[in-house]
Unconditional design. Structure first.
Length: 397
């Protein structure tokens, strides 16, 4: 719930100030009146507002339960009160209580949800608004919960596929760094006692070890600076467009990114159209959730095309972002008036394609990473044993 700072006059006539937490400003006035304080000024303390983050799983469970209760004929306010009372997540509970208070004050459910964009995004509130207007809120909520479950599953699959090689490589770098910093110096001291010139591979590894010990902290700082600069550049419109374009052309991962973006786009737009949201409004919202600037621009161009009386398929085909099969199926959906059905079929197909791409990527990366790690570690071991073999041969001769 939001915080409010207030100024009021006590019964004694003294002006007092304070701060309180309440669902809305009317509740603050009610609290002050109950304390026999005449309000002079009440202002929402914006600096006290916290960015609420609620796990998708909690929102999905809430949405399904909400749908069931509405279908059973329970009033909105009672549904929200029951769901808030059984909510274990305190932040989410406060949000639901605030939504309940706004609905009690006469606000529509969708307008009350829009006040909490970090919990209920624009897609969620727009679908709820369509459900309220069409008198099918229970159906829309059930459909929304199903959509969120599929979207979260897709997100986890893609994230898992991209995280696996990064984690393995990070562990490999740490292991190699430990060997270079702590193990190689032991061999270096032993070789110094032997005397003589070291083989080139051994000398290279020793030089690498010395350089890492001397400049390691600067290397780590440099890596963090580069990562920060890339993040900052990506936060700019120009930077995001360039990096997203590179990702769509990057080897190995580009196919996975493209397929997951197509699946997300078609699933989201299909859900919105089947829920009664206008196509232009749906495209506007879907563009913001595309996850890639190049694909986002292609969707916006499609929206412009429709507003000019043209088809959605034509600019999508010209963008070169969407596969030809997707463009053709959307064109058929436009011609037959079954756009939502066609979009959901495309989403089903590409979600399966994402699963297959993740499995293929994992199958390819596992042996590749093993070969790389084996080569690096094997090279270090051989480099350290070359002088031993050399000195043993010299001693035997």
């Amino acid at each position: 719930m939001p915080y409010y700072t207030w100024e009021g006059r006590a019964r004694s006539g003294r002006v007092i100030k304070g701060e309180t937490q309440a669902p809305n400003i009317d509740a603050v006035y009610a609290q002050l009146n109950a304390q026999m304080i005449t309000p002079i000024k009440v202002v929402e303390a914006k600096s006290k507002k916290k960015k609420v983050s609620v796990p998708t799983k909690d929102i999905v469970v809430f949405t399904r339960q909400f749908s069931t209760m509405i279908d059973a004929g329970l009033p909105l306010v009672q549904c929200l009160e029951i769901l808030a009372s059984q909510q274990e997540n305190k932040a989410f509970k406060e949000v639901l209580l605030t939504v309940k208070a706004d609905v009690e004050q006469g606000s529509t459910l969708s307008d009350a949800l829009k006040k909490h964009p970090t919990v209920f995004d624009e897609l969620y509130s727009s679908l709820v608004a369509a459900g309220e207007m069409g008198g099918m809120l229970d159906t829309i909520l059930s459909r929304l919960a199903a959509y969120m479950e599929k979207a979260e599953k897709l997100k986890k699959r893609v994230k898992g596929a991209l995280t696996y090689p990064i984690v393995v490589l990070a562990i490999a770098v740490i292991v190699v760094a430990v060997i270079l910093i702590f193990v190689i110096p032991v061999f270096q001291k032993m070789f110094a006692d032997f005397g003589g010139e070291l083989p080139a591979p051994t000398q290279f590894v020793i030089n690498l070890s010395q350089g890492l010990k001397k400049y390691g902290i600067f290397i780590v700082i440099g890596i963090f600076i580069v990562i920060s600069m890339i993040k900052k550049y990506y936060s700019t419109p120009k930077g995001r467009k360039k990096i997203d374009a590179l990702l769509l052309r990057a080897p190995v991962i580009s196919d996975l990114i493209r397929k997951s973006s197509v699946a997300r786009f078609t699933r989201t737009l299909g859900t919105m159209i089947s829920s009664g949201v206008q196509l232009l409004d749906g495209l506007d919202i879907v563009a913001k959730t595309a996850g890639n600037k190049i694909i986002e621009e292609a969707i916006i161009n499609a929206k412009v095309s429709i507003s000019q009386g043209k088809t959605i398929a034509e600019p999508m085909g010209e963008s070169g972002v969407f596969p030809s099969m997707v463009v053709r199926m959307i064109a058929v959906g436009e011609a037959t008036g079954a756009m939502d059905t066609m979009l959901n079929k495309i989403a089903d197909f590409y979600e399966e394609e994402v699963d297959a791409a993740v499995d293929a990527l994992t199958s390819m990366l596992e042996p590749l990473l093993m070969v790389v790690l084996g080569s690096v570690l094997g090279g270090l071991i051989v480099s350290m044993y070359l002088p031993i073999f050399k000195f043993a041969g010299a001693a035997g001769g």
